[in-house]
Design a protein around this ligand. Structure first.
Ligand code: DAH
Length: 347
């Protein structure tokens, strides 16, 4: 049986150890050692029932006093440690609400489609209707009705991608130009005609910086009772001013297309240098933009119009080319390889 002094000494040592416990697990262990069933304190309490009355009183008081001090210390220490441990846990599991979220990739309209929409809008603003038609078409719509002679080199298999080779009516092909839509529209509608027709066209090309087997064109056609070349010029001047900025000068250079007479290639003064010569226009001051002309009377006849009663103009431009010119994109291929590092520069 421990003496009161031994018990006090034990309690003092235990108090020091309890104070030094670094976490609640250590605290639990020390608690078992100091107040548990096999601790000197419990042993002393157990021995009291066999002790004489004097000892029971003096030792009993010390047992109670020591138990009270140790229990109080354990509780105080446990509160402190548990609070610290809870704080540490909370700090570790803290959600940082200020971190930016992961945003989904932002899509964008393809650059060629942006140009497509923009040019279409210009003509819709002038009252034109948008016409669309098949990319697989007949030799008739692509060539014959457009006044191409049977032996025209464009009709050779080396230049055109055929589904079925042959002259009208056998020939079926991937259209090489949106001019097919001139014929298709006029076959189905009476004049007046004011249409634009953007779309994909196909040619048998070897891919390089400025050629791909598929590209985009936009056709324009106006047929009415007294359409002249002046109407063509005024319309294209408006388009050039809208697309490249006001004050563009136009040049009409004589050219040949089977379905227009006279035909011209239209050049527009460079929007980047205003004609003095720069990288964009290849130092010439002019940018070749499109082909155009007055609709050939043969074409009007082919679709059942009366060339004596109506006249018209037509034009056709490359939409990819317009995008390349405006944004100085050096490679036509960029529009078809869908490399997002290129495309996302044009949101
Ligand atoms: N279809 C021609 C081409 O692909 C472009 C063209 C030229 C269209 C003159 C026209 C035009 O409507 O009048 O090269």
């Amino acid at each position: 049986m421990p003496s009161p002094d031994e018990l006090r000494a034990f309690a003092d040592a235990a108090l020091t150890r309890l104070d030094g416990a670094e976490n609640s697990a250590t605290l639990d262990a020390i608690e078992v050692e100091t107040l548990g069933a096999r601790s000197p304190v419990t042993e002393a309490r157990r021995s009291l029932k066999d002790a004489d009355a004097d000892t029971r009183r003096t030792l009993g008081r010390v047992v109670n006093e020591v138990t009270a001090r140790l229990t109080a210390k354990v509780e105080q220490r446990r509160l402190l440690l548990e609070e610290a441990e809870r704080d540490a846990l909370l700090a570790g599991e803290r959600l940082d609400m200020t971190l930016p979220g992961r945003s989904p990739g932002r899509g964008a309209v393809h650059l060629v489609r942006q140009i497509w929409d923009e040019v279409v809008d210009i003509f819709v603003g002038l009252g034109y209707t948008v016409a669309s038609g098949p990319e697989i078409d007949t030799d008739y719509h692509n060539f014959k009705a457009l006044n191409y002679p049977d032996a025209h080199p464009a009709r050779l298999e080396t230049d055109t991608l055929y589904i079925r080779h042959g002259d009208d009516p056998e020939g079926v092909l991937l259209r090489t130009q949106t001019s097919t839509m001139q014929v298709r529209w006029m076959e189905e509608h009476e004049p007046p005609v004011y249409i634009v027709s953007p779309g994909r066209v196909y040619r048998r090309e070897t891919t390089d910086a400025t050629h791909t087997p598929v590209f985009h064109q936009m056709e324009g056609l106006a047929v009415d009772t007294s359409i002249t070349f002046a109407d063509l010029k005024g319309t294209l001047q408006h388009m050039a001013d809208q697309f490249f900025g006001p004050g563009r000068r136009l040049q009409f250079v004589p050219n040949f297309f089977p379905f227009t007479e006279p035909s011209a290639e239209m050049h527009v003064s460079c929007f980047a240098c205003d004609g003095s010569g720069c990288r964009v226009c290849g130092q010439t001051g002019w940018i070749e933009l499109l082909g155009c002309g007055m609709v050939d009377p043969n074409v009007l006849e082919n679709v059942g119009y009366d060339p004596a009663g109506v006249s018209g103009f037509a034009f056709g431009m490359g939409l990819d080319r317009m995008a390349m010119i405006r944004y100085e994109v050096p490679e036509l291929r960029h529009f078809f390889t869908s490399d997002l590092r290129v495309l996302e520069q044009f949101r």
